[in-house]
Ligand binder design. Structure first.
Ligand code: BGC
Length: 886
């Protein structure tokens, strides 16, 4: 057995964290069946000395083991290694060492001042991006150097002309009235003894640029920088260079930079060498310094930054000739979030306009109407220097098509590439099957998620919105945790959510909040993200600390529901003027975007569910009195739900698919009413010629309800439905991401209302969860979460002869790979070391326990799709004797 993949707080060797007791995780690699850890030992060292030796600890914990050494100090680097004892009591060798390094832990560690320009702009008028610089001497050689840096706005830093790090759009988006994150970089290699220079470029970002459809200056009037360069010398001394009044600034080529609207870069205004030592900054202005804003916490990044992940080539370029000139439309073949890199030739002063669109109009021009007020346009003015290469830096767009227009030499296919930006959430899951359309759906789900993870889980990346919508986050969070390692990304957002929580406990519709609309009430199924997202993360990553950190928020929220729901009916129209977004974009609401499901039904269902989740969380955290209290509350609300919305015959008011789905998914019905409710749900689907009618709220639960209550056949029918509304309809229309609406574009009606018609909205991609958990059959066990104990139970259905899912869990690689061949169900399974699984074959009622290992099951199978639906008969052999394949 070997020890691999050492991580601290989900990250390999994190630099500049401020988590007081970081958690360490490792994976065991072994081919031995039943491989597990029976004990471990961790040694941590700092400055060449052992600061912590746990000795041999009898435990099978290999995930989230708290660092147990002395209190950590600012800037302290800790190296650690681990060894384990296997199932036979044999010790492994020591792992390769890993490390973590602390950032600046106390406010008083910051010696830097906030600096910026005197230019302010206004609610509508932007300012050019300030270029800030300082030259300085280092008299001694350099042993190590760290740059701790952040901005209210965005920054891009350089030292001696070289860019610092590769993080983009830093420091991202938090509620800047409460919190801003700093990043830490190892800049040892960029400095030298003698003359040095540090430079920083500031963008408006979310702090003072346009956010959603609002004016500028939401949080502050102009961008500001805070930077602290700590240089350690071999003799143990330090030189600290900080942002302060000694820096200078000027304006340069970046004459405008706005996230929503785009950039203008005038290359004629470049000042080569501005960020190098020896540059003559005589004519530059002094910077202004600013007091630290009251109430603003500066915290470490502690999680993924946005980076460039891919550069996509154009697959075609199309010239559209007009009498006034030509426009060139590039197709990147993929709807993405990011920016372009252009290569153009033009005379000095020639300005090229770059526009972006997700889809084309029937005449081949860009479909821009769905961008609403987002200008989403960049301009580049040539300096007349042969081929000029440029990409914007302080904006991002959602697009597949790019249009170049301007007095430049005719471009070629190589003139534009697509630069894909998103938070660094490594891909951990894969789903592949025998149906190409479903494989494309999986691709679209993943790309929809990538494109909406520019620091915040956004609804969409293209129009004047791009907000961390709670409802969307809630429905998709579990799918996200399959496709990517996104624990820390979500943890950050949940902190944003708590920052946005109202004093009464109310949770707003999105976080970071941009000035609570509707008194900050996200409404049913949206605000409940406060419970559902942490719970989903707990299942996927066993992160109990996250639960305890957010417990206050969860509890205040459920208490707020109670306080605002007389008679335990939430969103009761007689008390609550605004009942939430309903079953958003459902197709059963006679044209209304909030669908036909009564809001108080959705509200009361989610009230019961949130109270139940809170009670479960309380139990996990050992708060048993709370657990009891909220379990009772959930039961009470369930009774109210039954009394108010369910007839004894199992008929549910509202009569929409979502009404039935929520009642069934959240266990709100009396046992006796379930068959009738299922019948009604199935009948409604069939009456719609095998179509769903659910919106954001019902769609993700619908297939789970069908497969759970014996209608797997119908779930498969809906999955394979190709006419709208369905998951595959957009795929058949060439979609490369998930659409906001089932009918974003249809043959008979063309484009939907451009006021809300995004082609990159991850919410309906939540079907991914069902593909992993039910079709391929990899599921969590709430009693032993984080895949410590795995539930493996695939559900083959008509239309598929093979499905394979894999997941890089915290413990290692899990696989469930089945195919139907020659009347046999052939199934390969991998259960990683230090975990176990309950393995249930299709058609079997109960599963069997397996330890780590690779297994192959082969059982005869007969498929029938008789009137009662698809079934698997005659499992003559069970899996008592799996072929163990190592
Ligand atoms: C957003 C959604 C969001 C919804 C709430 C829309 O504008 O794009 O994704 O959940 O509003 O109604």
């Amino acid at each position: 057995m070997e020890i691999k993949h050492l991580c601290c707080e989900y990250t390999e060797n994190p630099l500049g964290i401020d988590i007081k007791r970081p958690r360490l995780s490792w994976q065991l690699e072994s081919n031995a069946p039943g491989a597990k850890q029976t004990a471990y030992q961790i040694i941590a060292m700092s400055n060449g000395e052992t600061i912590c030796d746990t000795g041999k600890i009898a435990s099978d914990d290999s995930v989230h083991v708290e660092y147990g050494g002395p209190v950590l100090k600012s800037g302290q680097r800790v190296a650690w290694k681990v060894r384990a004892w296997d199932e036979r009591g044999q010790p492994t060798g020591w792992s390769d060492p890993a490390w973590f390094e602390m950032g600046l832990l106390k406010p008083s560690d910051w010696k830097a001042e906030w600096i910026g320009s005197f230019l302010v702009g206004s609610a509508r008028a932007s300012i050019p991006a300030p270029y800030l610089r300082k030259g300085f001497e280092l008299e001694k050689p350099i042993a190590a150097a760290r740059l701790y840096i952040t901005a209210l706005g965005l920054y891009e830093a350089s030292i001696n002309g070289q860019r610092v790090g590769d993080a983009e759009l830093t420091p991202g988006w938090t509620d800047f009235s409460k919190r801003v994150r700093y990043q830490a970089y190892d800049v040892t290699g960029l400095l030298r003894k003698g003359g040095n220079a540090i430079g920083a470029l500031l963008g408006d970002g979310w702090y003072c640029g346009h956010v959603e459809w609002r004016d500028r200056q939401l949080y502050g009037d102009r961008p500001k920088l805070l930077a602290q360069l700590v240089v350690s010398h071999p003799d143990g001394t330090q030189t600290i260079i900080v942002s302060d009044g000694s820096w200078k600034h000027a304006f340069g080529p970046l004459t405008e930079a706005d996230i929503i609207h785009g950039e203008h870069y005038d290359a004629r205004l470049e000042s080569p060498g501005w960020n190098k030592p020896g540059f003559d900054d005589e004519t530059w202005f002094p910077v202004q310094t600013f007091a630290h804003p009251a109430g603003l916490q500066i915290v470490a990044q502690n999680g993924p930054v946005v980076k460039v992940h891919e550069e996509l080539k154009a697959i075609s370029v199309n010239e559209i000739k007009e009498w006034w000139g030509s426009r060139y439309i590039f197709d990147l073949g993929q709807n993405l979030t990011g920016r372009v890199r252009i290569r153009v030739r033009g005379k000095a002063g020639a300005t090229v306009r770059i526009r972006y669109a997700e889809v084309l109009n029937p005449d081949g021009s860009l479909y821009l109407a769905n961008l609403r007020t987002a200008r989403a346009t960049d301009y580049y003015t040539c300096k007349g220097d042969g081929e000029e290469i440029w990409e914007p830096r302080f904006t991002f767009h959602g697009f597949r098509y790019v249009e170049l227009y301007g007095p430049i030499e005719p471009p070629t296919k190589k003139s534009v590439t697509g630069i894909v930006l998103h938070s660094e959430n490594p891909v951990t899951g894969s789903f592949e099957c025998s149906d190409p359309l479903l494989n494309q759906l999986q691709h679209n789900i993943l790309w929809g998620w990538k494109g909406n993870t520019v620091d915040v889980p956004t609804d969409c990346p293209q129009r004047d919105e791009r907000l961390g919508w709670t409802g969307d986050a809630q429905v998709f969070s579990r799918t996200a945790a399959f496709n990517t390692q996104s624990a820390r990304f979500w943890a950050k957002w949940l902190e944003d959510l708590e920052d946005s929580q109202g004093p009464a406990g109310n949770i707003p519709p999105y976080a970071p909040d941009t000035n609570a609309v509707r008194t900050g009430n996200g409404g049913p199924a949206w605000a409940d993200a406060a419970l559902i997202v942490p719970w989903n993360l707990y299942l996927a990553y066993a992160d109990t600390r996250l639960l305890s950190e957010r417990y206050g928020m969860m509890k205040r929220f459920v208490d707020w529901i109670t306080a605002t729901s007389p008679d335990r009916v939430r969103a009761n129209p007689t008390h609550t003027p605004w009942g939430g977004f309903g079953d958003w974009l459902a197709l059963d609401g006679s044209g209304r975007t909030d669908g036909g499901t009564p809001k108080e039904l959705i509200g009361t269902a989610f009230y019961a569910q949130s109270a139940r989740l809170l009670s479960q969380v309380a139990d996990i955290l050992g708060k048993h009195a709370d657990a009891k209290k909220y379990a009772k509350l959930s039961d009470d609300v369930r009774k109210v739900f039954q009394k108010r919305f369910v007839t004894p015959e199992g008929f549910i008011t509202g009569r929409t698919q979502t009404s039935y789905v929520l009642a069934l998914a959240f266990d709100l019905l009396p046992e006796a009413a379930i068959p009738a409710a299922m019948d009604w749900l199935a009948r409604d689907i069939q009456e719609r010629k095998d179509h769903l009618s659910t919106g954001f709220v019902g769609a993700s639960y619908l297939p789970f309800v069908l497969s759970r209550y014996g209608r797997l056949d119908l779930a498969y029918t809906l999955l394979f439905q190709k006419t709208w509304p369905s998951w595959l309809y957009a795929v058949t229309q060439g979609a490369t991401t998930i659409w906001e609406r089932w009918d974003g574009w249809t043959h008979d009606k063309g484009f939907q209302d451009p006021g809300m018609n995004s082609f990159n909205h991850y919410a309906y991609g939540a079907i991914g969860d069902w593909l992993y958990r039910v079709v391929a059959g990899i599921d969590t066990d709430p009693a032993r979460p984080g895949y410590k104990h795995i539930l493996l139970q695939p559900h083959p259905g008509p239309g598929l002869t093979r499905a394979m899912a894999s997941l890089d869990s915290m413990y290692g690689h899990i696989v469930s790979d089945w195919r139907i061949e020659d009347g046999k169900f052939e199934w390969d399974v991998v259960i990683p070391p230090n975990t176990s699984a309950t393995v249930t074959l299709p058609g079997e009622a109960t599963g069997k326990e397996f330890d780590a290992g690779a297994y192959h099951f082969s059982v005869p199978i007969t498929l029938s799709d008789g009137p009662e639906g698809y079934q698997i008969h005659a499992l003559t052999e069970t899996f008592n004797k799996p072929e163990v394949k190592i």
